[in-house]
Write a protein that binds this ligand. Structure first.
Ligand SMILES: [Zn+2]
Ligand SMILES: [Zn+2]
Length: 265
C-alpha cells in the first residue's frame, strides 16, 4: 500500500491511497478533495494519476477545504462518493450537490462507525469532535498495513486513541502553535473557534494524541493541516520532540503547495 497528499492545509486537502495488487489492478481512493477541478487534475498528474484511476472519494466533512472539489470531480468524471448522511445533507444545504444524487447512487452513505470495503481496501471510519454536521476520519488497511488519518479535530478522545493505535502510517493534524494563535491578528471569535473543543488540534494537543497511541508498528508519521499563519514546522518539531526523539521511522510534513509525495508501506 502507498499513500500521498495532493495538498494539506486550510486552502485545500486531498489524500490518495493505493493498494498493492498482485493482478496489476490496484484499488485507489481519494480522501477529501478541496481543490478546483483544474487544480485537482494537475495535482493528480504530478502523482502519475488521472481522475479515471480513482475508485472512490471519501469525504471527511463539509468544510470547503475538504469538500470543495468533491462533487465537481464526481460530476465530470463519475467518481463514486462516500459520505456520512450529515456531511451530505450539509453539502446539499450549501448548494454543492443535488439531493437526488443519493437516489442515483452517486453518493453512498456510510455509518461513521461501520467499516466497509472498496476493492482491496478495508475502510474503518471513526467520529471526531469538530464543528461540522457529522465528521468522520479514517483508518484504512489492505490486510497487511494500516494507514490512519486524522485532521480537523478539536481535541483527543479515548475513542480516537483506540482507532489510531497500531498504525503503520499515521497522518495527524498539527494545526497551530498555541502562542502564535493567541498573538495572531485573527478576531477573538476565530481564535476561540480554532482552539475550542470542536476546532483544530494545536501542536501540543496533537502531540498528546501521538504520545498516547500505540506505536510499535509505526513507520511513517506525517504532520498535516498546518496553518500558514499560526504555525511553523519548527514549532511542530519542538512540540513533538519528546516522541520524535525515540522514534526511528520516517517523519514528514504535508504542505499546502506540494502535499506529500508517494510513501510506500
Ligand atoms: Zn480543514
Ligand atoms: Zn474542518
Amino acid at each position: 500500500m502507498r499513500f500521498c497528499a495532493l495538498g494539506s492545509g486550510s486552502e485545500g486537502n486531498a489524500w490518495l491511497l493505493e493498494s498493492k495488487s498482485s493482478d496489476g489492478r490496484p484499488t485507489r481512493i481519494m480522501i477529501d478533495c478541496g481543490f478546483t477541478l483544474k487544480e485537482t487534475v494537475a495535482r493528480l498528474a504530478l502523482r502519475g494519476l488521472s481522475p479515471a484511476d480513482l475508485q472512490g472519494v471519501l469525504v471527511t466533512h463539509e468544510h470547503d477545504d475538504h469538500v470543495g472539489g468533491v462533487f465537481k470531480l464526481a460530476r465530470k468524471f463519475g467518481v463514486q462518493i462516500y459520505s456520512t448522511m450529515g456531511t451530505f445533507r450539509a453539502s446539499v444545504q450549501a448548494g454543492l450537490v443535488d439531493q437526488k444524487w443519493l437516489d442515483e447512487d452517486k453518493v453512498r452513505v456510510f455509518n461513521p462507525e461501520r467499516a466497509w470495503t472498496i476493492g482491496d481496501l478495508h475502510i474503518q471510519p471513526f467520529t471526531v469532535p469538530h464543528d461540522a454536521a457529522e465528521p468522520a476520519q479514517f483508518t484504512v488497511t489492505d490486510g497487511v498495513h494500516r494507514f490512519g488519518i486524522m485532521t480537523d479535530c478539536g481535541r483527543s478522545t479515548p475513542h480516537i486513541i483506540k482507532h489510531l493505535s497500531g498504525c503503520d502510517a499515521l497522518v495527524l493534524e498539527s494545526n497551530h502553535d498555541g502562542e502564535m494563535l493567541s498573538r495572531s491578528e485573527y478576531p477573538g471569535s476565530l481564535k476561540k473557534r480554532i482552539s475550542g473543543d470542536y476546532g483544530h488540534l494545536s501542536n501540543d494537543a496533537a502531540h498528546e494524541i501521538l504520545a498516547a497511541v500505540e506505536k510499535a508498528s509505526l513507520r511513517y508519521l506525517v504532520a498535516a493541516h498546518l496553518s500558514k499563519n499560526t504555525n511553523h514546522p519548527d514549532r511542530v518539531l519542538n512540540s513533538w520532540s519528546q516522541t520524535l526523539n525515540g522514534y526511528s521511522g520516517e517523519f514528514r510534513f504535508a504542505d499546502q503547495a506540494n502535499g506529500l509525495d508517494w510513501q510506500t508501506l
